[in-house]
Design a protein around this ligand. Structure first.
Ligand code: SF4
Ligand code: SF4
Length: 89
């Protein structure tokens, strides 16, 4: 499944869930972008996997600033599986 998430100043990030291994590196990267510490609870991107139901969801919350000032959103840069991608144009 493929869809796009809006980030505020930046355009869009596309998500390819088929590639996501739910490692949550994107959450760690995002929390470091915001607070210079690795703490998924203060990440703007949320990865929610329920093994019992076989579901996997990724969403952005309103604190996302699109990684303004960075060349690439950190969630995209540090995604271990390459399932996040900046959509241009
Ligand atoms: S674009 Fe930046 S602030 Fe937004 S979710 Fe990704 S890492 Fe976090
Ligand atoms: S870093 Fe990429 S592969 Fe890992 S949970 Fe986040 S979106 Fe999925």
């Amino acid at each position: 499944m493929n869809w796009q998430m809006e980030t505020k100043p930046r355009a869009k990030i596309s998500v390819d869930l088929e590639k996501c291994c739910a490692c949550r590196c994107c959450e760690l990267a995002c929390s470091f972008h915001h607070h210079k510490r690795f703490d998924p609870s203060c990440s703007s991107i949320r990865v929610h996997r329920e093994d019992g139901k076989g579901t996997l969801e990724i969403s952005l919350i309103s604190t996302c600033d699109g990684c303004s000032g960075e060349k690439l959103p950190w969630c995209v840069r540090f995604c271990s599986s390459g399932c996040l991608r900046v959509v241009t144009g």
